[in-house]
Design a protein around this ligand. Structure first.
Ligand code: AHR
Length: 494
């Protein structure tokens, strides 16, 4: 038996809804085909953006969308992507597959997408191969309301009013594809570039500095020490890769229980990373003014056989759903420092919410977790204590279950639980402190499957889909929850 205490009257602060953020890069079939099909496409679209994908993303309440990269961001020159589409520059996407980038999806199209989704745009600027002037002018183009060369140009291109732009990233992975810099060098560049990321009128930009790769704690130390007071957010990138990044990451569908276990272990590593990077940030920013922005996370497997290795297309199974649930429980419990996260990536790339094939679209198990967990957006995270049993394999031990809870603006309590064990069920006794448990009821949704690689296909799109959860009961003042193996559950206490 696992014991959990949910202190329904002890709030640890707000879960910023931006923790449920997304990332869409000019990579493979994410933007082109996955989101943008063009106005002349037979696929139903709104000004070039496919309607089915739009509707699916609206349903999960995407709060913020990061664009145009990723590694692509540090090769992207925004002026190539404005003006009449037929005369936009055709370039090579050198980083991702060497394919032609026709620049048909540019600033105006991205801002339209965000308007349609009713989400905040998060734009990542080019430090690696772009100039200070180019970055500065992009912000002027988007946000200046008045007479200026960039604002006039925007108007000529059909947009009279400036857009609201809150989130701006000063480069991406500056330790790698964004310039192979040392932290000292990037800290200086950050200081310089961000100076010219101006606030025009009442548009106040939240500036995000390029952060560490996984456990590069020195990067966080150097950035916080040398530029901490000039940033609003500092990013962190960590992917769950069961194998080795260079030697073979592992297959999305063809894996054994040992690889399942390693995947869960590596997903849980996010907790240690946040804790340790936070400790360094606390040293320079004890008030926690600077947000930790985990703007790339998720599973990364070998590409599906027969697909372009530069397109990073992978299938998505119940294992991915559990990785997502594990991450959200971790993010909730670190909501004091983690202000935004962006799963990589929205459509057709890495741990995607949505897969498309021509006019067809399917929702992945990961999508369903975003749907089930959206009740936590902007809710108060509750103090949870858990004494859960263990999940063991090959002499290694993990906690079997992860849990988080929140209370929304209407006072409704939601509890999310993930049973990582691929074979063992979990019986959980939950003490709902602060609620008269005799008078409450619990109901909810479950996502589970009967095999480790269960997934949705274009032929069978609902193999892994949420269904009503029957395993929660309030008895004798306690909530008892029976979780089947490999399951994600979100309960509402009412
Ligand atoms: O998400 C794929 C790539 O992973 C991004 O472009 C890059 O930032 C990271 O290395």
């Amino acid at each position: 038996m696992h014991n959990v205490i949910v202190n329904t009257d002890i709030s640890k602060g707000k879960i910023n809804k931006n923790i449920y953020g997304h990332f869409a890069e000019h990579l493979g079939r994410c933007i082109y085909e996955g989101i943008w099909v063009g106005e002349d496409s037979p696929i139903p679209n709104t000004k070039g953006i496919r309607d089915d994908v739009l509707a699916a993303l609206k349903n999960i309440k995407v709060p913020v969308l990061r664009w145009p990269g990723g590694c692509f961001a540090d090769e992207y020159h925004w002026k190539d992507g404005i003006g009449p589409r037929e005369s936009r520059k055709r370039m090579v996407n050198t980083h991702w597959g060497g394919v032609v980038e026709n620049n048909h999806f540019g600033t105006h199209e991205f801002m339209l997408l965000c308007e349609l989704l009713e989400c905040e745009p998060y734009i990542c600027g080019n430090v690696g191969s772009g100039t200070v002037q180019e970055m500065s002018e992009w912000v002027e183009y988007m946000t200046f309301d008045g007479e200026s060369p960039m604002a006039n140009w925007r108007k000529e291109n059909g947009r009279e009013q400036p857009w609201k732009l809150k989130y701006f990233g000063v480069g991406n992975e500056n330790w790698g594809c964004g310039g192979n810099m040392r932290p000292e060098y990037y800290a200086d560049l950050y200081r310089r570039y961000q100076t010219y990321v101006r606030n025009y009128g009442d548009n106040k930009i939240y500036k995000i500095a390029g952060g560490a790769n996984v456990d590069d704690y020195n990067w966080t130390e150097v950035l916080m020490k040398n530029a901490g007071w000039l940033m609003d957010g500092l990013s962190l990138h960590y992917y769950t890769i069961p194998g080795d990044f260079w030697l073979g990451k592992g297959s999305a569908l063809d894996f054994e229980e040992g690889e399942w276990f390693v995947t869960m272990k590596k997903a849980l590593h996010m907790d240690e990373l946040i804790t340790k990077h936070s400790t360094i940030m606390d040293k320079y920013d004890p008030e926690k003014r600077v947000g930790m922005i985990i703007d790339e996370w998720g599973t990364w497997f070998d590409v599906e056989p027969g697909t372009n290795p530069g397109f990073l297309y992978q299938q998505n199974s119940i294992r991915d759903a559990l990785v997502a649930g594990v991450h959200f429980n971790i993010f909730h419990n670190h909501a004091d420092r983690v202000q935004m996260t962006n799963i990589a990536q929205t459509v057709n790339v890495l741990q995607a919410m949505i897969l498309t094939e021509g006019e067809k679209m399917i929702l992945t198990p990961t999508y369903h977790v975003f749907d089930m967990f959206k009740v936590h957006q902007d809710a108060e995270v509750l103090a949870v204590e858990s004494a859960v049993g263990s999940y063991e394999m090959g002499g290694e031990t993990l906690p079997q279950v992860t849990v988080s809870a929140s209370k929304d603006a209407d006072g409704k309590v939601h509890v999310s639980l993930v049973n990582m064990d691929h074979a063992g069920k979990a019986d959980i006794s939950v003490d709902l402190r602060g609620l008269a448990a005799e008078s409450v009821q619990a109901s909810g949704m479950i996502l589970t499957a009967d095999r480790m690689n269960a997934h949705n296909t274009f032929e069978q799109p609902d193999t892994v889909a949420p269904r009503a959860f029957e395993g929660a009961n309030v008895e004798g003042g306690r909530l008892s929850v029976k979780l089947p193996p490999m399951s994600v559950v979100t309960l509402v206490i009412h």
